[in-house]
Design a protein around this ligand. Structure first.
Ligand code: FES
Ligand SMILES: [Fe+2]
Length: 394
């Protein structure tokens, strides 16, 4: 399939839904035990099965655009340094000095060497220990064993994917599956680069509550009635499962311009909707024709989460479009997401924690939430441990 045909097929589905007052539905209502959001033991199992054993998206390729570039990611309590070495190969390294464990790098940028701020041990971009001041004091220590701890990492389709604990090598094709890999290849975003810095948003809610806010848009007409509602259609969503991952698409209000014309007059259809991918388990990737928003959702205790948000722009955007993206960023980030989505996520506390609410309900119009929660339970089951399972409504 080519990109134009792909975009058109999705726009057609969105237009049909708007005309008919419909949205993609799952077969049944699903209830999830509230305990999966409140149990410290469940979180321990999730950390092992979902966050430590599985590869996670660490960043997009554009965050480390050339040799010598680096970025840092704090992922579920694990500090990671992502580098691109002189040969262009990406590395994921534990961001912890091998002397006494201090973080060696912050933020992002370019560097040939990373010098620990405590006693100035020096590492190169592959993590090799290349300098130890007061070397005689460490006589007998094998320097070759004291590089930054390497973590499994792989790059493909514009994604840098790594594991937070040592383990087998990562195969990006296998991780994505052929359909999602083909789609991401079509979207072709490996050269898109961040504008602005990564923001860490603290949220007073379990990580899955936070994640759930991304996976349906029927709340647009209520929670976002003064913000997003006038910009995008609420309650109209396509849903396609792609293995454990998924794709949603939302229509911008401007899609009404297409609805007013016969399909053979539609042009530049990618301007009228957005793709929202969920890359299992914790990554949201929202695309429109100009930019990508990467949202990485991590647990921070059972009732808190941290969302890392980085926006990437398509290269070669006209100045006025780039300026508009920069101008809109605080509105998206602070007004809509912090002020509304994360505000409402935090209001689940203490309702869920107390146990007074025994289940969380996902309607037929929330198929993406259902799909992800089934995936979480399946992954925990595969790891040999579960705490309750989703069930159909009565
Ligand atoms: S802790 Fe890094 S040099 Fe001492
Ligand atoms: Fe929202």
């Amino acid at each position: 399939m080519d990109r134009e045909a792909f975009d058109r097929s999705l726009v057609r589905r969105l237009v049909d839904h708007i005309e008919n007052g419909t949205t993609d539905l799952s077969d049944e209502v699903m209830e999830v035990p509230a305990e999966v959001y409140s149990s410290p033991d469940h979180l321990r199992r999730e950390l092992a099965a979902l966050f430590h054993a599985r590869p996670l998206v660490l960043c997009l390729s554009g965050a480390v655009p050339g040799p010598g570039s680096y970025t840092t990611v704090d992922a579920a309590g694990t500090p990671v340094l992502v580098t691109r070495d002189a040969d262009g190969r990406v590395h994921a390294l534990a961001n912890a000095c091998r002397h006494r464990g201090v973080r060696v790098a912050d933020g992002c940028g370019t560097a040939r060497r990373f010098t620990c701020p405590f006693h100035a041990w020096v590492y190169d971009t592959t993590g090799r220990l290349v300098g130890v001041p007061t070397a005689p004091a460490f006589e007998g220590m094998c320097r070759d064993d004291k590089g930054l701890v390497p973590l499994p990492v792989a790059e493909g389709y514009g994604l840098v994917v790594g594991r937070l604990r040592p383990g087998p090598p990562i195969d990006v094709d296998e991780l994505l599956g052929p359909d999602l890999a083909e789609e991401l290849a079509l979207l072709d975003f490996a050269s898109w680069q961040p504008y602005g810095e990564t923001h860490a948003h603290p949220v007073g809610a379990n990580w899955k509550v936070t994640l759930d806010t991304y996976r349906e848009n029927y709340h647009f007409d209520y929670l976002h009635r003064d913000t997003l509602k006038s910009y995008a259609y609420g309650g109209v969503l396509t849903f396609d499962a792609l293995g454990p991952h998924l794709r949603n698409c939302s229509a911008l209000r401007s899609i009404d311009e297409l609805r007013a014309r016969p399909e053979d007059e539609w042009r530049d259809v990618d301007r009228y909707f957005s793709y929202q991918y969920s890359l299992f388990p914790n990554t949201c990737l929202t695309f429109d024709s100009r930019h990508i928003e990467l949202w990485q959702i991590f647990p921070d205790g059972v009732d808190r989460s941290v969302v890392l948000h980085t926006a990437y722009a398509r290269p070669g955007l006209p100045d006025d479009e780039q300026a508009k993206l920069v101008e809109m960023a605080p509105w998206i980030c602070e007004t809509v997401v912090d002020g509304e989505d994360f505000w409402v996520a935090a209001r689940t506390e203490p309702g869920i924690r107390t146990g007074l609410v025994d289940t969380i309900v996902f309607g037929r119009n929330e198929p993406a939430c259902q799909h992800l929660h089934r995936g979480f339970l399946a992954a925990l089951e595969a790891a040999g441990t579960t705490a309750g399972s989703g069930s159909a409504g009565c």
